[in-house]
Design a binder for this molecule. Structure first.
Ligand code: NAD
Ligand code: GLY
Length: 359
């Protein structure tokens, strides 16, 4: 097992990475306030992992409430969030109950938001089961639900007590989901870790083949990058925004097509290519750099062209982005490969040109 630390003073927490971790409830026990837990999962992950996971917890003498939500990004909303509260209140979960998110980023984001608000805040633990959630969403305390007008618009910063990333559960992940997770892995190389990008260029085939050593390496290097950024800028006053490379374009695709049509990672991949194209228009990247950004996503089997929403619609949707401040859209762009910046320098005409060239 490899362990990293997210350094946030009294709210610091470990990330354990390894195979078979969900079968070891003793990893969880030290992080519980009392012997009362509620496990939140969905109707895809539940049939695969809930019963043995809960049996392991019960064998340790824990009282467990099980909450199974409908699967999918389309259910990352108020109505589904309320099902978590129904389950907690229905089973008389008190303020010392620890919520455990067993699932991908949708379950992690919703359970985290429920934990932040249930009885004004209860502890929670992330057990991420997708590559995307293991390398990104389970770390750093961003929790949210979607609004029809914008993705992740309702939420809170709320850190977990522990992240347990079991590489073994990735074996049941559909190929398309594995590839979507790779988009967030590639992101770290592009924004701040050139040696990691080089490693990915040489090892992406091992990741696609689910080589456990390669997966553990990718999860660890991704989480190390994420933990460093979160420790510097927990609430996204500056540097943390660089983790959103490709996301402003990508969120426009997700919202514009309807949540769940494109996977989050797929939209981020196409968005990263658009951000690279725009960085070239600003004179920061060369044509070869843009090709390199496109190639690594292609090697990972990810889309490199955005959805054909039309530039006007993209611009309208992008105007709702959380990085809009005082009416000015700030975008995460690349000064060079391996170095991201947050910039308001691109003109509407340049942004429009990149959208038209890349969709
Ligand atoms: P997801 O949670 O929808 O999971 C993808 C699919 O895989 C689902 O159908 C899920 O049920 C299924 N699944 C999960 N684990 C499985 C397993 N081991 N075997 C088989 N099937 C499995 O999607 P995701 O890609 O994990 O997360 C995307 C979400 O994460 C988006 O809502 C995005 O906004 C959010 N996100 C949040 C952050 C953050 O910092 N909080 C960062 C990135 C993304
Ligand atoms: N996924 C972006 C962030 O955590 O800030």
């Amino acid at each position: 097992m490899r362990t990293l630390n997210v350094a946030l003073d009294e709210r610091s927490y470990p990330i354990h990475i390894g195979s078979g971790l969900i079968a070891d409830p003793e990893l969880i026990l030290p992080y519980l306030k009392t012997r009362r837990v509620a496990v939140v999962t969905n109707d895809v992950v539940g049939p695969l992992y809930l019963a043995p996971f809960v049996a392991g917890l019960k064998a340790q003498g824990l009282r467990v409430t099980e909450i199974v939500l409908p699967d999918g990004e389309a259910h990352k909303d108020w109505a589904t969030l309320n099902l978590i509260f129904d389950g907690l209140l229905g089973d008389r979960c008190d303020r010392s109950t620890t919520l455990i998110a067993l699932g991908g980023g949708v379950i992690g984001d919703m359970t985290g938001f429920a934990a932040a608000t249930y009885q004004r805040g209860v502890p929670f633990i992330q057990v991420p089961t997708t590559l995307l959630s293991q390398v990104d969403s389970s770390v750093g305390g961003k929790t949210a639900i979607n609004h029809p007008l914008g993705k992740n618009m309702i939420g809170a910063f709320y850190q977990p007590k522990l992240v347990l990333a079991d590489i073994g559960v990735l074996n049941t992940l559909p190929d398309r989901e594995l590839k979507a997770g790779l988009a967030e892995v590639i992101k770290y190389g592009l924004i701040r870790d050139l040696p990691f990008l080089e490693w990915l260029e040489a090892n992406i085939h091992r990741l696609l083949a689910r080589d456990p050593e390669a997966l553990a390496e990718a999860v660890e290097r991704s989480c190390r990058n994420k933990a460093e950024v979160v420790a510097i800028d927990e609430t996204e006053q500056g540097e943390r925004a660089t983790l959103n490379l490709g996301h402003t374009f990508g969120h426009a695709i997700e919202t514009g097509l309807g949540y769940g049509e494109w996977l989050h990672g797929e939209a981020v991949a196409a968005g990263a290519v658009m951000a690279a194209d725009l960085s070239r228009r600003l004179g920061w990247l060369s044509d070869a750099d843009v090709s390199r950004v496109r190639s690594i996503h292609e090697l990972a089997g990810l889309p490199v062209k955005g959805a054909a929403l039309g530039a006007d619609r993209y611009l309208e949707l992008m105007a709702h982005d959380k990085k809009v401040s005082d009416g000015t859209l700030r975008l995460v762009l690349l000064k060079q490969i391996g170095q991201a910046v947050i910039s308001a320098e691109a003109t509407q005409e340049q942004i429009r040109a990149s959208i038209e060239a890349c969709c």
